[in-house]
Design a protein around this ligand. Structure first.
Ligand SMILES: Cc1cc2nc3c(=O)[nH]c(=O)nc-3n(C[C@H](O)[C@H](O)[C@H](O)COP(=O)(O)OP(=O)(O)OC[C@H]3O[C@@H](n4cnc5c(N)ncnc54)[C@H](O)[C@@H]3O)c2cc1C
Length: 434
């Protein structure tokens, strides 16, 4: 049976569900379509779900700080209590080491000052006071474990760090997507699972709906690509990739899930850490564990894959992350039990997302989340709903970018910053740090 909606959202991850909630609140009749059996089952479920407020660009910081407030106000924002419970924001803070690679965080501090984001600067002694398990020697630049100098330092100390208290992580990212699904359903949003979009339909020069694998057609004048690591495939289906200066592709990533040094309660006493001296980020995990991810140092190979055909097994990268982390935590058990996550980032050419329209009228995209947009999901939902509303009223976003007022931090941003047609942003870290 053919069905008609105002908007079809391809994907029911945390960003797809947030867009659905925001559009439904505005009165759009929406349906999210996902090939997975439930919401948040794609890269959202694999996410470390770190909420941090430091980015390499001003717009990145502003959006992240606005996003932080949504997580802080989660229950109020949702206006609804999910029968499965609510995802929790563990506000443990985030420490970033000052290194040559990040110019001792000069820009980050400047942006925090501009946006009134609270922070503290710590020297090596304060770092040890707050996290007694660390070795504050400088090990960088980051090396592969086969390098003869791996794990060696020249007896020099790191200069210090910056600690942001307004940061942490969400304990259950999949649940947060489910929370958004339920919130959207309160406004009439629908969700269709176990259904794969195979074709984008067009009529009279604009999008008119989608076709599922089983041949079912679903009609809408608005279709939004929020397909995560499959975003490039959906853009190709729509025939809009040719018009994009910035493109997206799927990158294989691994997260190591390990035990902390003995007699240290990492879950209770540690915080999120970004350590470009060893090329790792980390955070406490439920059950007194540590999650260790990679900050994509230059010496590591980047494995771009076909998101429909890739090797989902762990590689040596898992060990590399563990050994790199063990430089900072000398008593870290070098466990041989490989546990953690193997998943995909949807990486854009400059590791900054694309929140935009396309060359096909009615076809929009929230893609290229580059391993760092979980935190922005609620505000991305707000931004996409505003963009869609304005464009559908006839506004030419390509010529005169739509502006968005960030209500918590009382700032205005230009959505054109996230354009598919921007030139590569040279301020970007070109890594998961965004
Ligand atoms: C290992 C890892 C760690 C991360 N850590 C962090 C972090 O600490 N902090 C942070 O801010 N961000 C982090 N991220 C990034 C963050 O998780 C993502 O940006 C976010 O989850 C993307 O949400 P999404 O809704 O866009 O996509 P997804 O959650 O990937 O959802 C896309 C959905 O689209 C569906 N889909 C795709 N194609 C089709 C089709 N043709 N038909 C039907 N359905 C389709 C998929 O089934 C999927 O469910 C991390 C990501 C990974 C992989």
């Amino acid at each position: 049976m053919d069905k008609k909606y105002d908007a079809i959202i391809i994907g029911a991850g945390v960003i797809g569900a947030a867009i659905s909630f925001e559009l439904s609140k505005k009165g759009y009749k929406t349906v999210n379509i996902d090939r997975n059996p439930t919401s948040g089952y794609g890269s959202t479920a694999a996410s470390c779900a770190i909420i941090r407020v430091h980015y390499s660009t001003f717009d990145g910081c502003a959006l992240a700080y606005e996003g932080y407030h949504y997580w802080k106000d989660w229950e109020k924002y949702l206006e609804f209590n999910d029968e499965s419970g609510l995802a929790k924001f563990i506000e443990c803070g985030c420490m970033i080491y000052k290194t040559e690679a990040n110019q001792n965080l000069k820009k980050v501090i400047q942006r925090a000052d501009e946006l009134n984001i609270p922070y503290e600067e710590w020297g090596p002694n304060e770092i040890k006071d707050n996290l007694p398990i660390v070795d504050t020697h400088k090990f960088g630049p980051v090396k592969t474990t086969s390098d003869v100098d791996f794990g060696k330092h020249k007896n020099k100390q790191l200069v210090g760090s910056v600690f942001f208290p307004t940061a942490g992580y969400i304990n259950d990212p999949q649940l947060s997507a489910h929370n958004l699904q339920r919130a959207s359903e309160q406004y009439g949003g629908e969700f269709l699972f176990n259904s794969s979009v195979e074709n984008i339909l067009k009529e009279n020069g604009r999008v008119s709906g989608i076709q599922l694998k089983d041949g079912t057609k679903i009609f809408a004048n608005i279709v939004v690509n929020v397909a995560g690591p499959h975003s490039m495939k959906v853009n190709q289906m729509a025939g809009v990739e040719y018009d994009m200066n910035i493109k997206t592709k799927a990158l294989k990533v691994e997260v190591s899930h390990v035990k902390p040094p003995e007699n240290f309660n990492y879950e209770k006493d540690a915080f999120v850490v970004s350590d470009s001296d060893i090329g790792c980020y980390s955070r406490p995990e439920t059950g007194n564990h540590i999650l260790i991810g990679s900050e994509d140092p230059e010496c590591d190979e980047r494995i771009f894959v076909d998101p429909d055909k890739w090797d989902e097994n762990f590689t040596d990268q898992w060990n590399t992350q563990l050994y790199r982390q063990a430089q900072r935590y000398p008593n870290l058990p070098l466990s041989s039990k490989v546990k953690g996550v193997v998943s995909l980032y949807d990486v854009s050419d400059d590791w900054i997302p694309i929140y935009d329209k396309s060359s096909l009228p009615g076809f929009y995209m929230a893609v290229g989340s580059s391993g760092n947009q979980y935190k922005n999901a609620p505000i991305a939902g707000v931004m996409m709903a505003k963009l869609i509303e304005q464009c559908e009223k006839g506004h030419d976003h390509d010529k005169d970018p739509v502006k968005l007022h960030l209500k918590y931090i009382n700032r205005e941003i230009d959505i054109g910053f996230y354009s598919r047609n921007r030139v590569i942003n040279s301020e970007s870290s070109m890594s998961v740090l965004g």
